[in-house]
Design a protein around this ligand. Sequence first.
Ligand SMILES: Cc1cc2nc3c(=O)[nH]c(=O)nc-3n(C[C@H](O)[C@H](O)[C@H](O)COP(=O)(O)O)c2cc1C
Length: 200
Amino acid sequence: MNTFSSLGLQADPIASFSSWLKEAEAAGVAQYEAFSLATVNANGNPSVRTLLFKGMYRNGFGFFTNYNSPKAEDIRNNTYAALLFFWQVQARQIRISGTVEKLGQAESQAYFATRDRGSQIGAWASAQSEDLASREHLLEQVKRLEAKYANQQIPCPPHWGGFRLEPQTMEFWQGRKDRLHDRFEFTRTDTEWTYRRLAP
Ligand SMILES: Cc1cc2nc3c(=O)[nH]c(=O)nc-3n(C[C@H](O)[C@H](O)[C@H](O)COP(=O)(O)O)c2cc1C
């Protein structure tokens, strides 16, 4: 068996990602669904933060956030972004880059409905990344909203929802002895993926 297939990689990098994600979970990687999202603002300055992967949406990597947040503003200015998964237990890294677009409202609402009530209230209560005078102020907002939505379903806020990153490149990195790591980079051309091996 060659290295490529012995690593569980296939010609389809999204299927390869799914295998590695399952293997990370099975290996007991803590927060295996956490990834870094890098975006670039209107001045060309990058920023990066951790998010949770919430599944594939029409072959795009799905995540959820506040549409008024700095990351969402960055995406509006420049739809090109990058994701990074790092699974230390297995010495694996996956780098992904591509273009990001908002999920449909129905998709965001469907996911919002699966969140626990506390997180649903949180999405309403917090103006993500804006100035916050005090923690008490945030807790007051939570109390107010709990009273407002008592015994009711909490609707998905209009300023909250998902994005999907449609991959154009995906690189799988497997750490090996003596820094002789294995790296395979997939690139999409129209609808087809090709891959090449990279030097570590
Ligand atoms: C483990 C972990 C998971 C996180 N998951 C999310 C997430 O799924 N969505 C989100 O909006 N923020 C999440 N955050 C918070 C973000 O890292 C970030 O602080 C926030 O989204 C504001 O980012 P921005 O100001 O760049 O828009 C998470 C943080 C950590 C450490």
